[in-house]
Ligand binder design. Structure first.
Ligand SMILES: Nc1ncnc2c1ncn2[C@@H]1O[C@H](COP(=O)(O)OP(=O)(O)OP(=O)(O)O)[C@@H](O)[C@H]1O
Ligand SMILES: [Mg+2]
Length: 293
């Protein structure tokens, strides 16, 4: 897989942040989607964002790639501001994403869908590629080779010629991941990659996410409601609620944070880990308030 592995430019060992989000604010006609959020993502890091429905997680993604334009704050990519750039420019700079709902072309094959992710890296455009002459032919062949590498990496060879609309949901999500990888990102934003998946599909996806970090050296931001998954695989977790950061740190630390437990107590509790932490916290509170004599 070394040919789709991201080449890091900075080999000095200095862990400078890839992405710096500084105090961003985003409102929609009075609705505060993001109310002063700051965080950093380091090269090769798996950073997770969790929080209840409507907390602002997808809005953070949309702000990073400049689909939404925060009214205040700053977003830096390798020290350069992303504010005001067009979304396709952020993709060119190395930020790719997958969506909360599948956004593929259902009638196109797996290979064709992944190939659409290449357009951002193509110098000669689709039209030149279609005529299959000279440098365009060479570029097309390179693109095809990269797509085949991704197909191998995501273990979807058997479906490569199928229209994606006919494939199982878990495979479609993998194809979407493949399309994002085809952009050769340095940072991948994954919006609920395992939502609606069964246990086996979830475990497969978790393995691919870890391989993307460990084998390809790509940094990721993972937004996910599956708390077991987040706590298992993330390097660091940021918790948001009502557009604000309420906690950030290693998974084990975050899941014991009382503010986090409180935020999730209002939710229907899907997370065994958080439920256990909440019960533990409640029990110790009872112990400390019980009369001692
Ligand atoms: N384009 C938009 N126009 C108006 N309001 C929006 C828009 N996008 C997001 N919002 C609002 O911003 C808030 C945050 O939404 P967002 O989609 O970022 O939440 P989320 O954390 O991703 O939630 P979920 O877990 O349900 O996906 C919500 O109140 C939402 O209704
Ligand atoms: Mg969302």
């Amino acid at each position: 897989m070394s040919d789709i592995r991201h080449q890091t430019s900075d080999e000095t060992g200095q862990a400078k942040p890839l992405l710096e989000v500084r105090d961003i604010h985003l409102s929609f006609k009075g609705v505060r989607a993001i109310d002063g959020i700051s965080f950093e993502v380091l090269p090769g890091e798996l950073f997770a964002i969790i929080g209840p429905n409507g907390a602002g997680k997808t809005s953070i993604f949309n702000s990073v790639n400049q689909v939404y334009k925060p009214q205040r704050g700053e977003i830096l990519w390798k020290g350069r501001s992303l504010m005001g750039l067009k979304p396709n420019k952020t993709a060119e700079l190395g930020i790719a994403r997958t969506f909360q709902n599948i956004a593929l072309f259902p009638h196109m094959t797996v290979i064709e869908n992944i190939l659409t992710g290449r357009h951002i890296r193509m110098k000669r455009g689709w039209l030149a590629g279609a005529f299959w002459v000279g440098p365009a032919k060479k570029e097309e062949m390179i693109n095809r080779g990269k797509v085949e590498d991704i197909v191998d990496f995501l273990e979807i060879e058997q479906w490569r010629k199928y229209p994606v609309g006919l494939l199982p949901y878990g495979v479609q999500k993998r194809v979407e991941l493949g399309r994002a990888l085809a952009m050769e990102p340095e940072l991948l934003l994954l919006d609920e990659p395992v939502a609606g998946m069964n246990l086996e599909e979830t475990e497969d996806m978790a393995r691919f996410v870890l391989d993307i970090r460990d084998e390809l050296g790509i940094a990721l931001i993972l937004v996910e409601h599956d708390m077991g998954l987040v706590m298992d695989i993330a390097d660091r977790v940021m918790v948001v609620d009502f557009g604000r950061k309420i906690a950030e740190g290693p998974p084990a630390e975050v899941q014991r944070n009382p503010d986090v437990i409180r935020a999730y107590l209002g939710e229907d509790f899907q997370s065994a880990e958080l439920r256990a932490a909440a019960v533990e916290a409640a029990e110790s509170a009872v112990e400390t308030t019980e009369p001692t004599n």
